[in-house]
Design a protein around this ligand. Structure first.
Ligand code: UD1
Ligand code: CA
Length: 499
């Protein structure tokens, strides 16, 4: 960038059409707030200063912006008196340090905006040595926008707002996107000269076009070839439309970068997700937040991963996971629920109907079926039996369980934490482990099995259960009787031989 660059982002308006307690620019789309996308694009052009104008819910919006851009200058517009007034508040906030070069004004609600577009716009503005440049757009339905008025030579004369426009002017399809560039010196000098004698009684930033023309300065407008980038969301329907288009673009880019996406229409990928080459994504999959997937991993179908790390060649099927790390060549699912703090080692397995939380599961370790693993560490090569519950909560506090390396635990166990099961240990089916198990020991906790004969016939008399039991017992007795007769016969037959 040849000249010093300052960017003003407008975010003081209420956004009432969202009908939300959350400010419009804070609504998320593609894993970031709307203004988060705009600030990313703005940061990409490396301006000397970014000024954000805040008003409605200024504490919340201001804190959000500061978290994303720590050296932002926040300018507070107490009352929303128009875009011209908002920019004046921004320039006042910079008065002490002074501003030269180019000032770009953008709005906080255009999530598809790209840094390259801002860069090209600033470069064109500077090359043409203009006082004012307007990034315009040709749209099918210009209702509500400021229209670009051009003279017979095609030069920009003014911007006329919807409410101030004549019927003829309303036919104009070229609109003001809301992104403008100014020569700083002209901007600072002319802002106080904007009046509010118009249909809305507001100070229109767009009046600067006419003021520059009147001063004999150069003004220009250039229609962006990708109008989605300057499209703002005013209500939730528009938010969903922008979200779908943003996703279409993100998914498209990943496919061009070597990711297989079986069904782009049902695949949702947030802006900050990172995928390696030859990842495969099956239908109904959402990759959210800061999720990173290594090469050859296959994700889906019907899987949601938020802030997860998936290793190379891993397989994740019908899974819900957040803040989980899945090792290389590991398998997860179907129907698994990985909660924060889950770390599955290389070639490990978290199988069907298994829930995990704060669980470090070693390389080649397996929790294959129907289990809950919470606050636990499982050593490498260990196998946890089907239907095991890590009972981590005593009703007051959470406790940890450790299972050593190459252990084999039986089906339907309960590990009552805090507890440790040693390396190479084993447990029998149905064991309730309440004391530490030494390395190599087999733990069993259930007593010998006892039978109360005829219980169903006595206690459930008259039921199908009792009838079934009675007939089975009768059949067994008959069979035993017959076997006894046969034995008697054969012993008689053998009598002479023995004699
Ligand atoms: C504005 C433009 C219009 C353009 C349209 C593009 C003006 C006068 N009109 O109209 O030419 O086609 O954007 O979307 O500039 N804001 C403040 N403080 C204020 C007023 C607005 O921060 O006092 C912020 C809003 O939060 C919003 C942006 O500026 O992000 C645009 O304001 P809005 O009232 O929506 O202007 P439009 O009528 O849409
Ligand atoms: Ca608007």
């Amino acid at each position: 960038m040849s000249r010093e660059l300052t960017v003003v982002v407008l975010a003081a308006g209420g956004g009432t059409r969202m009908r939300s307690k959350t400010m419009k620019v804070l609504h998320p789309v593609g894993g970031r707030s709307m203004i988060g996308h705009v600030l990313k694009a703005v940061e990409a052009v490396e301006p000397r200063r970014i000024v954000a104008v805040v008003g409605h819910q200024r504490e919340t919006v201001g804190a959000h912006i500061q978290a994303l851009v720590p050296d932002v200058v926040l300018a507070v517009q107490e009352e929303q008196r128009g875009t011209g007034h908002a920019v004046r508040v921004a320039m006042d906030a910079l008065a002490a340090e002074g501003t030269t070069g180019t000032v770009i004004v953008a709005t906080g609600d255009t999530p598809l905006l790209r840094g390259e577009s801002l860069r090209a716009f600033a470069a064109e503005h500077e090359a043409a040595q203009r006082a004012v440049s307007v990034l315009s757009a040709i749209v099918a339905d210009p209702f509500g926008y400021g229209r670009i008025l051009r003279d017979h030579e095609g030069d920009v004369e003014a911007i006329i707002e919807e409410k101030d426009a004549t019927i003829d002017q309303r036919e104009i399809a070229e609109i003001n996107s809301g992104i403008l560039a100014f020569d700083a010196e002209f901007l600072i000098e002319a802002l106080p000269r904007i009046g509010n004698d118009n249909a809305k009684g507001e100070y229109y930033l767009t009046d600067l076009v006419q003021l520059a023309r009147d001063a004999g300065l150069t003004v220009g407008a250039h229609a962006i070839d990708d109008p989605w980038q300057t499209e703002g969301a005013n209500d939730r329907e528009e938010l969903a439309q922008l979200g779908a288009e943003l996703n279409r673009r993100i998914v498209g880019q990943w496919m061009r970068d070597g990711v297989t996406v079986m069904d782009p229409a049902t695949t949702w990928i947030d802006a900050d997700v990172v995928l390696a080459q030859d990842v495969t994504i099956l239908p109904g999959t959402q990759l959210l937040g800061a999720t990173v997937v290594a090469e050859d991993a296959v994700i889906g179908p019907d899987t949601t991963l938020k802030d997860c790390e998936v290793g190379a060649g891993a397989r994740v099927v019908r899974t819900q996971a957040e803040l989980a790390v899945i090792g290389a060549e590991a398998t997860v699912g179907p129907f698994s629920y990985l909660r924060p703090g889950t770390q599955l080692g290389a070639r490990g397995k978290i199988g069907g109907f298994v829930e995990t939380k704060n669980a470090v599961i070693g390389d080649d370790a397996k929790v294959p079926h129907l289990s809950y693993v919470g606050d636990a560490e499982i050593g490498e090569g260990t196998n946890i039996g089907a239907g095991t519950i890590f009972a981590n909560y005593d009703g007051v506090a959470k406790h940890r369980t450790t299972v050593g390396r190459h252990a084999r635990t039986g089906s339907h166990n309960t590990f009552v934490a805090p507890i440790a099961i040693g390396d190479g240990a084993a447990t029998g089916a149905g064991t309730v482990v309440r004391r530490d198990v030494p390395p190599g020991a087999l733990a069993v906790s259930s007593g010998p099995q006892r039978h109360l004969e005829g219980w169903a016939q006595r206690k459930r008399a008259g039921t199908a259960q009792a009838a079934a039991a009675a007939s089975a017992v009768a059949a067994a007795e008959a069979a035993a009787q017959q076997a006894g007769d046969v034995a008697e016969d054969s012993s008689q037959d053998r009598g002479p031989d023995l004699g």
